[in-house]
Design a protein around this ligand. Structure first.
Ligand SMILES: [Mg+2]
Length: 273
């Protein structure tokens, strides 16, 4: 069976407007063919829950660049090993508590004399303005558990800052709008874990991945069919994902084109439920 992992911003959602209507043909196909599709994003759990409702997605999802995976209780037969139970989900966690990451970012900023502005310093209004999000979504975006998005205020000192982050034993990545400081978590680690759980439950799966950012490169290199959503920086991403195929159209339109091509109508995949 097919198993799809997809980024949201700039991939299934338009980078500027967050519109997804152009993806409807493929979303309908995934529904009729019962192909599970898993959101893998830097967004928080609260934001993803909102988008899952809007998009009609009832599948597991991965938040905050692989900080945790949420599996609806009862979705997969048997509990995932090492999973906790929270709010109707089985939760697998890889992230480090948020406060420790914020402290590491502050130390790295001080050591490298590179000023940064993290989400924790921003008001919901500021986050909303920077992300072009309505206020209630900006509030959800600030509810970080496993990673801190930040802006670099002294771009000429970027290299020193990133080295200092690594010196703190942390990792960094770059999404569409922000840099992120992370612990050991990575979208790829979470994708690997969920793929294994699906294979245990359903037998061999053919994985498809869709993303547009450098923070997607790790998981795109893991899947059988990596799809790179066209953007102004697709060249940079393709250099890191040599097997990746770049879509003709950007955002949700490219997302839809690529999936309609791979998953034929009448394919009748059967997910775990
Ligand atoms: Mg993206």
């Amino acid at each position: 069976m097919y198993l799809i992992f997809t980024d949201l911003d700039g991939t299934l959602l338009d980078h500027g407007t967050y519109g997804w209507e152009a993806a409807r043909p493929a979303l309908d196909r995934l529904k009729s063919e019962e192909v599970p599709w898993i959101i893998v994003t830097s967004k928080t759990r609260g934001e993803v829950e909102l988008w899952r409702r809007a998009l009609g997605n009832g599948h597991p999802f991965i938040v905050e660049n692989g900080g945790a995976a949420y599996i609806p209780a009862g979705y997969l037969p048997g509990a995932a090993r090492g999973a906790g139970r929270r709010g109707g989900y089985e939760v697998l966690e890889w992230g480090t508590p948020y406060s420790e990451l914020v402290a590491s970012l502050e130390t790295a900023s001080r050591c490298s004399q590179c000023r940064v502005r993290g989400f924790h310093e921003m008001t919901p209004e500021e986050v909303g303005r920077l992300c072009e999000l309505p206020l209630e979504q900006a509030v959800l975006a600030k509810q970080r558990e496993y990673g801190e998005p930040f802006l670099i205020l002294d771009p000429e000192r970027t290299e020193g800052l990133l080295a200092a982050i690594e010196g703190q034993g942390r990792r960094w990545t770059k999404g569409g709008r922000f840099w992120h400081i992370l612990a050991a978590n990575d979208k790829a680690v979470a994708v690997q874990a969920l793929t294994a759980l699906f294979e245990e439950a359903c037998g061999p799966v053919v994985t498809i991945g869709l993303g547009d950012g450098l923070n997607d490169a790790g998981f795109l290199n893991l899947v059988a069919a990596p799809i790179l959503i066209r953007s102004s920086h697709s060249g940079e991403l393709q250099a890191r994902v040599p097997r990746g195929e770049v879509t003709e159209r950007p955002g949700p339109a490219g997302w839809s084109d690529a999936l309609l091509k791979i998953i034929p109508a009448g394919h009748r995949d059967r997910g775990p439920r």
